[in-house]
Design a protein around this ligand. Structure first.
Ligand code: GLU
Length: 278
């Protein structure tokens, strides 16, 4: 009798444990897109107007629109997205650790990064350029940068390209974010900020910098923006399909017009999935 009672109690405990486990997994995966609790963490930039920006009104930019479109195709509404800042130097680690499901953050596809993470895309082709003060006419080619004080970001292709090939003799300062370089450009602590033209156009168009800065127009590299996922993730194929649909149903062009229009950034046409320009 005593033994049977213990068994019955254990059965109840076991049943509770099983149903608790089932509930836990429901929360994460099994509920429909309208179900509560289901969330997806996505990495974006927070300080790049036109691409990825956090403002008191919310999150905006081309990368944000691409991320929202992809999330929707994966079964997540906007209110189920948990945005996380993914600074240039943190992106591979964030994906490897599983902090985010995917990253849409001006993230160039490169062979070095592909050793650590996988990329869907590309979904945009940008080019490395410089942002200088409006009255500066001294930079006409990448070689001119060798005598300059430049600012870029740790963990970016922009900083790496300067060191490796574009202007190895330049005096290069590296900050954690591009916005941190802007004050230096304004107060002449640096001569130029170098990164993708898409990002620089967004800064130049900001109210507080209007008329103060200009782009060099140098098109020094090809930057193929991809969506980063964990190595081996089956999300890559699903995201590629979503990106193709985004172009074919006109949403890609709509996002381009809405986000690059204000900065007058003349972007390249939509790249084909898997077509990486060297
Ligand atoms: N697209 C370049 C990169 O992925 C520069 C922009 C950035 O740092 O996000 O490194």
């Amino acid at each position: 009798m005593k033994l049977r009672k213990v068994t019955a109690v254990s059965a109840v405990v076991l049943a509770l444990a099983v149903s608790a486990t089932a509930c836990g997994s429901d929360d994460k995966k099994d509920e429909g897109s309208s179900g509560g609790g289901k969330k997806i963490a996505i990495g974006i930039k927070y300080d790049q107007p036109g691409l990825g920006q956090k403002t008191p009104q919310g999150y905006s930019g081309f990368d944000v629109d691409v991320a929202k479109y992809v999330a929707k195709k994966l079964g997540y509404n906007e209110d189920q997205i948990e945005w996380k800042e993914s600074k240039s130097a943190d992106r591979e680690t964030m994906l490897q650790r599983g902090d985010v499901e995917f990253i849409a953050a001006t993230y160039s596809i490169t062979p070095e990064r592909e050793k650590k993470v996988d990329f869907a895309g590309p979904y945009l082709l940008a080019h490395q350029d410089v942002l200088v003060r409006a009255d500066d006419t001294s930079i006409k080619s990448p070689a001119d940068l060798n005598s300059k004080k430049l600012c870029s970001v740790t963990g970016s292709t922009s900083a790496q390209n300067i060191k490796d090939t574009l202007a190895p003799k330049a005096n290069l300062l590296k900050y954690p974010t591009y916005s941190a370089c802007l004050t230096g450009l304004q107060n002449k602590a640096i001569d130029a900020l170098t990164t993708d033209d898409s990002i620089l156009a967004g800064y130049a168009a900001q109210d507080q910098f209007k008329g103060k800065f200009k782009l060099g127009g140098l098109k020094m590299t090809n930057e193929n923006y991809g969506i980063g996922v964990k190595k081996g993730s089956d999300l890559k194929a699903k995201i590629n399909k979503a990106l193709e649909e985004m172009v074919s149903d006109g949403s890609w062009q709509k996002a381009v017009d809405a986000n690059f229009g204000p900065a007058n950034y003349k972007n390249d046409p939509a790249p084909k999935i898997g077509d990486i320009k060297s």
